[in-house]
Structures are given as structure tokens and as C-alpha cells.
Write a protein that binds this ligand. Structure first.
Ligand code: GUN
Ligand code: ZN
Length: 440
């Protein structure tokens, strides 16, 4: 058994979903502490009481910092790390001009490993301890992601992106190859350590109905895998789906017919939905993943957080890098706030933080393991500096209550706010801020 570690700080935990149950479902213990050992959270509570009860525990004093579960990014593209912030395109041109040429490079195993390692280091530097990521069509890209995650002890979901049409030759597989290669990766990686396999058809336009059916059959054979794809992101894409699938009642129906909806299905974007789609998403127990920086960056539209939450949908939050313009879940919360404002609703900081942690974990079916501070949960934690820049510090110093002190970090914070990260109970060295150089 590892020696126990007692982390002192302002401890944020959730006792319910603040979006549906009210913000009192989020609690902050000001003079709090979290006791961890053997990769698990043993308990949390007042610092004085836990210090007295566990005098032999190693003390890590983060007093004044916010101690939270590590961020959970529910939809991202590791292979797009190096093309984040590419200028001037909407979805389909952005895919053809920037994304597919970059994804072609992942046939080279060494390049895949370099980017997978760089990507996970960037995530940890931003306080993100878990991600559900797309890879490329190449199985080597999945190997690279899971190996990099295993080396860091991270709970990561990922999968081979399947495409058998409407993409360059070098990225195309077939229905059969998608099934076989995904099945082999499931056998090798699913539930190995903390790894979770996500069956990954990219989106309806790049798969034939046969490929989607093959992946539906694969998911039926491995129902504890996740299934991740894109849904109703941009209006031009909806027109394309209608032309490619004239029999389908709507976009979601393309996936529904192939057996690709239900608990564990993660639908990125979900902006332009019909009433029927909303009903089936909710009734099937599928998850909707809100990608706000991507939706403004690529010009996709405004996710209906208030309406979808009122429906009772399961909603996660995600960067969608590199369509999304930031690796930071703080910046992503800020963008979610701004999009909700444009739709006339203000998301409370407790609601935003829940989406970035426990909400995303629940969307991934991992709400009992990650995304919250509670006894028995896995010890993936972050310590957040609530005064990480002069601009943030001067505003939070004015705050009358704690959420008001946290909100400037949500709106203006970045990796400089991440003071410490624990993964699987181990403190991880996070790279120095700002001035490192990387090649490539
Ligand atoms: N739709 C299909 N592929 C992608 C992708 O890589 N990024 C985004 N944002 N949307 C997609
Ligand atoms: Zn995406």
C-alpha cells in the first residue's frame, strides 16, 4: 500500500448535478483536505480533522488553491494537436484542407508516438486527466495513444477512426477492415489498465451504411466499449447526410439504424437537432457532447444547453481539439458560458465546473470512477491557482463569495492556473509554462 497523502486546499465536490438539482449540489470545503492512497480517494473533509486522524500521511499544502477532480475532456482528436488554430475554413473544407493531410502522417508510427506523447503532456499541463479521443484510421495511432496514456497512468478512451468513403485514399479502410482492426484493438487494449476502447466511425458522410452496420455489430458484441462519432454539427453537413442517406428520417437515424445509439454512445456537437432526434437521444440514454470553442471557431452554431438539459439529456463538455481552439477545459467552460449567454441563459460556475468534470465523466459512463472527489473514486486531481495572473488576481480579490472568486479563472484562466496534477494518485510533473519549444 502506498503511503497516504493528505492534500490541503479548498475542496470542490459534487453531491448531485447542479444543472438539474441546483447549485447547492456543489460543495466547497474552504479549509478542506483530500486523503489519497493506492490511486484512490480515501476521503475528504475539514483539514484539521483529517490531519488529526491521519498524522502519518504525507502533507501537501495547497491551502488557498481549489482542489478539484481532474478535468474530463469528452471529445477530442489527438491527431489534430499540431493543426490546432488553422485559419479560415468551415467544417468540410477544414477537414479536406487541414485535417486529412495531417491525419495521413499517422501511418508513420514514430510520428504517431511523438504527437500522442506531446498531446497527453499538453492535457496534463492544462489539468485534463482523462479524455475520449479520436485517433486516425491507422491502428498504430491507437497504439500510440494508449501506450502514452499507460505510461502516464491516465484513464483514456480512444479508438481507430473508421472511414470507407469521402476521404483521401491513404485514410480509407473498408467495412471489413474497420471491423477487424477495431476488434483487434479492443482485444489488445480495452480495459487494459485504465484504457477504454471507443468504437469510432468518424461521421455519417465518411462511412457507408455497410461500415456503420459492421461497427454496430462490433459494439453489440462488446457492449461495454464506448461508441463516439459526430452528429448535427454544421448545416452543410446535414445537407450532405440527407443526400447520402435519402431513406433516413434524420441524421441520428443513420446511426440508429446501425445500432449505434444507446448508453455509451457519445455524439459530438449535436447542435442542429430535430424534436425526434432529441427524443431518441434521451430515450436511448445516449450522451451529447458540447464542444463550444469548436462550434464558434468552425462557425457551426449554438448548442442549446438550457433546452437539452431541461429535456433530461446526458451532456458532456469537450475541447474538440483541433477543431476546437484550445486544450484548456477552463477556456472551454468560458466558451460554454458565452454560447449560453447568446441563447439568453447564464450558466453558473458550479454548472460549468460540473460539466467539465462529473458531467463529462457521467457522459462517458465513468461517473462512479472519475470526475468527482468522493471516497473510493480514482485519485485524478488538480490544484487550481485562483490568482494565476495579475488580471485574474485583481478580480478575484474583489469577490464577495467563493464562486465569484472562481469565475474569473473560468473566464480568463489557462494552463498557468494549473498548480498541480495527480493522476492515479501520483503527483505528475507538469512541464514548465510557456517557453518550451517542440519540434514538428
Ligand atoms: N466531423 C467529422 N470529423 C470531424 C473532425 O475531425 N472535427 C470536427 N469538429 N468535426 C468533424
Ligand atoms: Zn470532433
Amino acid at each position: 500500500m502506498d503511503r497516504q497523502e493528505l492534500i490541503l486546499g479548498q475542496v470542490l465536490s459534487f453531491h448531485g448535478d447542479p444543472i438539474t438539482e441546483g447549485v447547492a449540489a456543489a460543495r466547497i470545503e474552504r479549509q478542506g483536505s483530500v486523503l489519497i492512497s493506492g490511486g484512490r480517494i480515501i476521503g475528504h473533509g475539514p483539514a484539521a480533522a483529517l490531519r488529526a486522524a491521519h498524522p502519518d500521511a504525507r502533507l501537501t499544502d495547497m491551502s488557498g488553491h481549489l482542489i478539484s477532480a481532474g478535468f474530463v475532456d469528452a471529445h477530442a482528436h489527438m491527431p489534430q494537436t499540431a493543426i490546432i488554430a488553422s485559419w479560415g475554413k468551415r467544417l468540410i473544407d477544414w477537414l479536406n484542407d487541414y485535417t486529412f493531410p495531417e491525419e495521413m502522417r499517422f501511418g508513420d508510427r514514430a510520428y504517431a508516438e511523438e504527437i500522442a506523447n506531446r498531446y497527453l503532456d499538453l492535457l496534463l499541463a492544462h489539468g485534463t486527466t482523462s479524455v475520449a479521443s479520436f485517433c486516425t484510421t491507422h491502428p498504430a495511432s491507437v497504439e500510440a495513444l494508449f501506450a502514452a496514456a499507460e505510461a502516464r497512468g491516465m484513464r483514456v478512451a480512444g479508438g481507430k477512426t473508421c472511414m470507407d468513403r469521402n476521404a483521401p485514399e491513404g485514410l480509407i479502410d473498408t467495412a471489413q477492415r474497420a471491423h477487424e482492426e477495431s476488434a483487434a484493438l479492443i482485444a489488445r487494449w480495452h480495459k487494459r489498465g485504465r484504457a477504454i476502447y471507443a468504437i469510432t466511425p468518424r461521421f455519417a458522410p465518411t462511412s457507408t451504411p455497410e461500415q456503420l452496420e459492421a461497427l454496430g455489430a462490433l459494439w453489440a458484441a462488446h457492449p461495454d466499449c464506448l461508441m463516439q462519432t459526430h452528429l448535427c454539427e454544421q448545416l452543410e453537413e446535414l445537407d450532405w447526410v440527407r443526400a447520402l442517406y435519402p431513406q433516413a428520417r434524420d441524421y441520428l437515424d443513420v446511426y440508429e439504424r446501425a445500432g449505434l445509439t444507446g448508453p455509451g454512445a457519445l455524439f459530438g456537437h449535436a447542435i442542429h437537432l430535430t424534436g425526434r432526434e432529441r427524443q431518441h437521444l434521451r430515450e436511448s440514454g445516449s450522451s451529447l457532447i458540447h464542444c463550444p470553442t469548436s462550434n464558434t471557431f468552425i462557425g457551426s452554431g449554438l448548442f442549446d444547453m438550457a433546452g437539452l438539459a431541461a429535456d433530461g439529456q446526458r451532456i458532456g463538455l469537450a475541447t474538440d481539439t483541433g477543431g476546437g481552439s484550445s486544450f484548456s477545459m477552463l477556456r472551454t467552460m468560458a466558451a460554454a458560458y458565452e454560447i449560453a449567454q447568446l441563447r439568453g441563459a447564464a450558466l453558473h460556475p458550479a454548472e460549468l465546473w460540473w460539466l467539465a468534470t462529473a458531467g463529462s465523466a457521467r457522459a462517458l459512463g465513468l461517473g462512479d470512477r472519475i470526475g468527482n472527489i468522493a471516497p473510493g473514486m480514482e485519485a485524478d486531481l488538480v490544484a487550481i491557482d485562483l490568482a494565476s495572473t495579475p488580471a485574474i488576481a485583481q478580480r478575484s480579490a474583489r469577490a464577495n463569495e467563493l464562486w465569484e472568486a472562481i469565475f474569473p479563472t473560468i473566464m480568463m484562466g489557462d494552463d498557468r492556473a494549473i498548480a498541480a496534477v495527480w493522476v492515479d494518485g501520483h503527483r505528475r510533473q507538469i512541464p514548465p509554462k510557456g517557453n518550451e519549444t517542440v519540434s514538428g
